[in-house]
Design a protein around this ligand. Structure first.
Ligand SMILES: [Zn+2]
Length: 284
């Protein structure tokens, strides 16, 4: 489940390691590969990519976009919940079910796309607008201004966590970092957007920037060049049910709704009570 911090670090590594190197060969695994690979150019995925050179690596929300030369085509990778990239020498063990490999020479290097559940996509396209939902993405979570943030927020209704993870609102935040951001902002994940005060909205905006920036630093340190890893041991509440809140010591709560786990601290993030809310877990 790479989100903005992981993808930003992957972007940095790919930029450092692959810019200017020629793609010597492309392997699409028959099993699952055709599901992952989406050739929007109709020129043939592997044949078109072979001989191309990554000229730029950018991140847009939860997409990594590699600009290729000389064709000026884009290779856009959207790993969704389960996809991962691995950059390694050919002999290294696969980090998961392998679907696509870009082979580079000198020294021999593979950029692999692995995906346990085949949820993600790798698009080859002339224009990014051709990628489904790409143009519907809101501004990036790290570059939105406070004014734009407040104005856009007014257009969305419902619970604040549900809004944070919508790419149409801001791009780059998923389930995990939404929990971390709301904990930092001391806001209950199920607070209705309409119930938030201007002061709380400012706090939320600040928490988005500080949480994602701090996490990027942490991920950069722990991941290094092993871009298939998902270092998350620094999380305060996400996937830590029952553990003490790092701020107040209250056991972290967990609620599962729509197959999504939400973790938060009932003491630091009060309010937002909903029907069916489970009893707090026993004290640790
Ligand atoms: Zn707490």
């Amino acid at each position: 489940m790479p989100e903005l911090p992981e993808l930003e670090v992957v972007r940095e590594v790919l930029e450092r390691r692959l810019i200017g190197r020629v793609i010597g060969r492309v392997t699409v695994q028959p099993k699952g590969g055709p599901l992952v690979v989406r050739d929007l150019t109709a020129r043939g995925f592997a044949a078109t990519l072979t001989g191309e050179t990554p000229a730029r690596v950018e991140r847009r929300g939860k997409f990594l976009v590699i600009t290729l030369e000389p064709s000026s085509l884009y290779l856009a990778i959207n790993p969704k919940l389960t996809g991962r990239l691995q950059l390694c020498p050919p002999a290294e063990k696969k980090a998961g079910p392998l679907h696509l490999t870009l082979h580079f020479d000198d020294p021999p290097t593979e950029l692999r796309y692995v995906d346990a559940k085949l949820m993600g996509q790798v698009y080859l396209t002339e224009t990014l607008a051709k990628i489904p939902t790409f143009d519907e993405m809101g501004p990036d979570a790290l570059s939105i201004s406070p004014e734009d943030f407040r104005a856009r927020l007014r257009r969305f209704r419902g619970e604040i966590k549900g809004i944070l993870v919508r790419a149409a609102f801001v791009a780059g935040i998923g389930n995990a970092y939404a929990d971390e951001i709301l904990w930092n902002a001391r806001l209950h994940p199920y607070r209705k957007r309409t119930s938030l005060s201007p002061e709380e909205i400012d706090r939320l905006y600040q928490a988005i920037g500080s949480t994602l920036r701090q996490a990027t630093i942490q991920v950069r340190q722990e991941m290094g060049e092993a871009i298939h890893l998902k270092p998350r041991d620094f999380f305060a509440v996400h996937m830590r049910p029952g553990e003490p809140c790092p701020r107040c010591g209250t056991p972290v709560s967990a609620i599962t709704a729509n197959q999504r786990i939400t973790n938060f601290c009932r003491t630091c993030q009060p309010g937002g009570l909903i029907r069916g809310m489970p009893a707090p877990p026993p004290s640790a």
